[in-house]
Design a protein around this ligand. Structure first.
Ligand SMILES: Nc1ncnc2c1ncn2[C@@H]1O[C@H](COP(=O)(O)OP(=O)(O)O)[C@@H](O)[C@H]1O
Ligand SMILES: [Mg+2]
Length: 456
């Protein structure tokens, strides 16, 4: 409690509360008020002469602090009595609230979708312009008072109740806007103060365009799939046609030879010696046909491999010996074999078939004498450990015309080749999750590298 001299405004009696410590008591009290509040205090001191009591809120400087004070003035015989109350905290809160509200209003105005806040009773506390446009001015009203279509009102109302009970509500709602259905992503989020829900923040986004483009996208995806399927079928048919033509061609040659020979034999006008040669032709051509059928089957037959860890060396040795024997090349081709690798998951039958094809190509490429070098090693490549088999021959190198397409079926430069060897190799190696590649320099031979992944 302070007592002021009514004329000078000086403090005459003082029980200064601790939160006003540092207040300059030597000067009129109005001098301690901030300049913008000074007049308000003076006005209150004047007014109290006529009407008593008077109340005013002003900021006073107490020492280095500023304090919001509510002063209740009462006229007394001996001056003006002032009961003082510290309202700094309340003032601060109120300012924060005003600022927050300004933020929310500005935020709402910039949002391109409906945004609103409901108080703890479910009444509209704040509403942005898009929301006003959609449901009309709703401030102070509840959902049920907005005159929305019955089903929407029911759904919204149920959502609000759930949000008020503390649940985050997210749902898609479709309702008629200007006669046409529109879909909204409707979200209601409880605003909490401690454990209590003090309001609900709501957002409604019109996602009709999104829904429409999603449906359109799905439609075109469906169409695309159908087109793709048709294309694949067409490609398969074309491939099948090409293959049939090639196979027919491959079959016709030996069949032609056989038929000629048979005619000659039927006429019976050949010597014993010639007859033996003609029978040999039939045997050779039949073998060739047999090989074609075997290769074709190796290439087209779908096989499921059973991979189990095995060492590569014996398998490679076997394939190499087998090749030298069938090609009758052990005298003209010198072979060297070096290196080792830990066991690799493999299907022995299929991998032996692949390596036999690679060895056979190398041996066939070296027309006269030559050497074939096989090396097994391990390496790190593309963050994986691999067993690596390098096969180097001293043949003429890869013909430039097949380099790009050598793995494709029926690509061959050999008169009696079918062009299926490397197609089989690639298929088998890929089924082992491996890689196969070639390097060659004209006149200096060919190097083939097969990589097979090792277990980690
Ligand atoms: N080691 C090699 N040296 C030279 N050319 C090769 C070698 N391996 C493959 N080729 C070439 O690749 C072609 C395709 O080989 P492949 O698919 O096994 O069919 P084919 O052996 O029936 O011709 C061969 O015709 C040949 O031109
Ligand atoms: Mg071959």
């Amino acid at each position: 409690m302070l007592l002021l001299d009514a004329k000078t405004g000086h403090v005459t009696i003082c029980e200064l509360p601790s939160w006003l410590e540092g207040l300059d008591l030597a000067r009129p009290l109005a001098d301690a008020a901030l300049p913008q509040d000074r007049q308000a205090l003076l006005d209150a001191m004047a007014a109290v002469q006529h009407t008593s009591p008077v109340s005013v809120e002003v900021r006073l400087r107490a020492g280095s602090r500023e304090v919001w004070v509510r002063a209740s003035l009462a006229r007394r015989q001996d001056g003006i009595a002032l009961a003082l109350q510290d309202v700094t905290a309340a003032r601060h809160d109120a300012r924060q609230w005003r600022e927050l509200e300004a933020w929310l209003v500005t935020l709402g105005e910039t949002l391109p979708f409906d945004f609103f806040i409901l108080d703890r009773e479910g009444r509209y506390l704040l509403q942005n312009p898009p929301s006003v446009k959609r449901v009309g001015t709703a401030l102070g009203k509840r959902f049920s008072e907005l005159g929305l279509p019955g089903d929407v009102q029911q759904l919204w109302g149920a959502g609000v109740e759930r949000a008020r009970a503390g649940e985050l509500v997210r749902e898609e709602l479709t309702w008629l806007v200007d006669g046409s259905p529109r879909t909204f992503s409707h979200a209601l989020s409880p605003v909490r103060d401690g454990d209590a829900v003090v309001g609900v923040l709501g957002v409604d986004i019109d996602i009709t365009p999104l829904k429409e483009s999603e449906a359109a996208l799905r439609r075109s995806l469906g169409e695309l799939e159908a087109t793709q399927e048709a294309l694949v079928r067409k490609k398969q048919l074309v491939a099948l046609g090409e293959m049939a033509a090639i196979v027919a061609h491959e079959v016709r040659n030996p069949l032609g030879s056989i038929s000629n020979v048979v005619t000659l034999l039927q006429r019976g006008m050949v010597s014993r010696e010639e007859e033996r040669e003609l029978w040999q032709v039939i045997a050779d051509e039949t073998k060739r046909l047999d090989l074609l059928v075997a290769n074709l089957l190796d290439f087209v037959r779908p096989v499921t491999l059973t991979l189990s860890p095995r060492p590569l060396e014996p398998l490679l040795e076997r394939a190499l010996q087998q090749t030298l024997w069938t090609e009758d090349a052990s005298r003209r081709v010198k072979t060297t074999f070096e290196g080792t690798a830990p066991p690799v998951p493999l299907d022995a039958g299929q991998l032996e078939l692949a390596f036999t094809n690679l060895f056979r190509n190398a041996v066939q490429a070296m027309k006269g004498d030559g050497s074939l070098h096989v090396r097994i090693s391990t390496e790190e490549h593309l963050a994986q450990r691999w067993a690596r088999v390098t096969i180097r021959d001293t043949g003429p190198g890869l013909p430039s015309e097949v380099q790009e397409r050598m793995f494709e079926p029926f690509v061959t430069t050999r008169a009696r080749g079918h062009g299926l060897g490397l197609a089989i190799v690639r298929k088998v190696v890929e089924q082992h999750h491996g890689e196969v590649s070639f390097e060659s320099e004209a006149g200096r031979g060919t190097t083939c590298v097969v990589r097979l992944p090792m277990p980690t």
